[in-house]
Design a protein around this ligand. Structure first.
Ligand code: C2G
Length: 129
């Protein structure tokens, strides 16, 4: 079984996220999503519209997602890859190069982001109504 992992906030889930998750899952047979907790989002300088539990619930409903785990720190990726026997780490290409240190443990794949959609844009549209 080829195991894939990806990380993110996945707030106001949209087709950019879902395209990423579909392509991530297609890199293997099992997809783990490390979902940023509300505390970690604060550390990232992000404030999600939906709580961790709400975002986790929605991700778990997707056919492409096999397991959701909490992302609490920047540093946990090395341990996650080992603990979950990960073969492929993948992220959108806005992160290109940032996680190349994981190449010592697994394949690292950066995939093109979907243009024209972001959680920030959606939140701005909601507040503008
Ligand atoms: N993404 C995408 N297309 C978009 C928006 C997002 O492909 N239009 C991808 C991002 O590149 C990322 C994933 O969807 O791989 C999740 O995006 P965010 O929720 O914005 O995640 P981010 O805040 O970048 O957190 O340790 C890594 C961080 O937790 C990543």
């Amino acid at each position: 079984m080829r195991r894939v992992i990806t990380y993110g906030t996945f707030d106001t889930l949209h087709h950019g996220h879902i395209r990423l998750l579909r392509r991530a899952r297609a890199l293997g047979d099992y997809l783990i999503v490390a979902l940023s907790t509300d505390d970690f989002n604060a550390e990232k300088g992000k404030r999600a519209f939906f709580s961790y539990e709400e975002r986790k619930h929605d991700l778990e409903a997707l056919r492409y997602v096999d397991l959701v785990i909490p992302e609490r720190t920047w540093e946990q990726k090395v341990d996650d890859v080992a603990l979950y026997h990960v073969d492929v780490f993948t992220m959108g290409d806005d992160w290109t190069g940032k996680f190349d240190f994981l190449k010592a443990q697994c394949d690292v794949v950066y995939m093109p982001r979907t243009s024209g959609i972001s959680s920030t844009q959606i939140r701005d549209m909601i507040t503008a109504i």
